[in-house]
Design a protein around this ligand. Structure first.
Ligand code: SF4
Length: 348
């Protein structure tokens, strides 16, 4: 059976693993499928606060400044302002900030976190450095804490923006994260199927960036996307065949535990693609297919399998292990709530 890599893209609170990957891994491994888990969300935050990435950001600021300087005679007022900002940020004491965020990571991951002044100092250290990172990717705004980054010039709900954003090396921080963390892991692990879990609008931006750049670098890997936001957009994506084969190969809607096992079986020649429930795909003739849906029997699922999660990288003084005992909400009546949007039925 083909080897699988599951990726959780940024951005989500990096204090504990999100349950999507361990829940999928448990069923894949139960069915004898070799599965590697990559929580790129927490790896990204850990990576951003390293000397290597911050020196990379410094050179990015210098390059963008040089480009504007060479064109100084023809700059718009906005570009002139950006040039000034890039110039100003070349004079910060980067070594001081590198030391500071190194210490801040230690505080977040130790008993010192419970001393409020220290944890506030740590969060401010991260915020200062994120301001510096945001200058390199201007007009993107990269945040930590809160987890509210925005690439600003691209909108997650506009399909043409999603097709363009992976190739924008100025603004799209996730493209650099993909090259530095995701593609390197793929080269090392050599998966034949990659699944990307997309649960929020920002993850749509980073997840489609990862998926597209993976397809570009490794055209033989089957890339499938799933998760709450993918489920909500299923009717729209099914009408956009040009995404299939370019940004990803297939989509898994609703719950993905068994759908992913059946997809791997189909790709390994053990069943037909039209027998993979919850799958949307394009066949070799370019025909789109929306398969029948399947709902998981929660009482028959194995417990989540966290093997391979990077425990030492979470920004938390304790090991936090999430568990979801039910699917959906027993009440399900609050008009403002969209919790059930990713499920076929409500409470189980
Ligand atoms: S807000 Fe949503 S999840 Fe919470 S009780 Fe209401 S319907 Fe249920």
């Amino acid at each position: 059976m083909k080897k699988v890599m599951l990726i959780f893209p940024p951005e989500w609170v990096p204090t504990a693993p999100y349950l999507a990957l361990p829940s999928l891994a448990a069923v894949l491994r139960q069915n004898g499928i070799d599965t590697v888990l990559k929580d790129i969300n927490v790896e990204m935050y850990d990576h951003i606060f390293t000397p290597g990435f911050l020196l990379f950001v410094k050179s990015k600021i210098q390059d963008r400044f040089k480009e504007l300087k060479q064109n100084a005679a023809n700059l718009s007022a906005e570009d002139a302002e950006l040039k000034q900002m890039l110039s100003d940020y070349q004079h910060i004491d980067l070594d001081y900030h590198i030391q500071k965020v190194g210490r801040a990571k230690e505080i977040m991951r130790s008993e010192e976190f419970y001393e409020v002044e220290k944890s506030e100092w740590a969060l401010n250290a991260f915020r200062e450095v994120m301001e510096y990172v945001s200058v390199a990717y201007f007009p993107a705004s990269i945040q930590f804490y809160p987890i509210e980054s925005n690439l600003n010039v691209y909108r997650p709900w506009v399909s043409e923006d999603l097709l363009k954003v992976p190739f924008d090396n100025k603004v799209n921080v996730y493209a650099d994260i993909c090259r530095q963390l995701v593609l390197r892991s793929i080269r090392k692990e050599k998966p034949e199927v990659v699944g990307i879990s997309i649960g929020t609008p920002v993850q749509l931006m980073s997840g489609i960036t990862f998926a597209t750049l993976i397809k570009e670098a490794f055209p033989d890997i089957h890339v499938t996307v799933g998760g709450n936001i993918i489920t909500r957009l299923k009717d729209e994506f099914a009408k956009k065949p040009h995404f299939f084969g370019k940004a990803f190969d297939s989509m898994i809607t609703y719950e993905g535990e068994h759908a992913l096992v059946w997809l791997v079986e189909a790709l390994s020649g053990k069943r037909k693609m039209n027998e993979v429930s919850n799958l949307i795909y394009k066949d070799e003739e370019g025909q789109m297919h929306v398969n029948e849906t399947y709902q998981e029997r929660v009482d028959q699922l194995p417990p989540p399998d966290f093997d391979g999660m990077p425990w030492e990288k979470y920004f938390s003084p304790e090991k936090l292990v999430p568990y979801l005992g039910t699917r959906g909400c027993y009440w399900g009546k609050c008009t403002f709530c969209d919790h059930g949007a990713g499920y076929i039925d409500q409470f189980r």
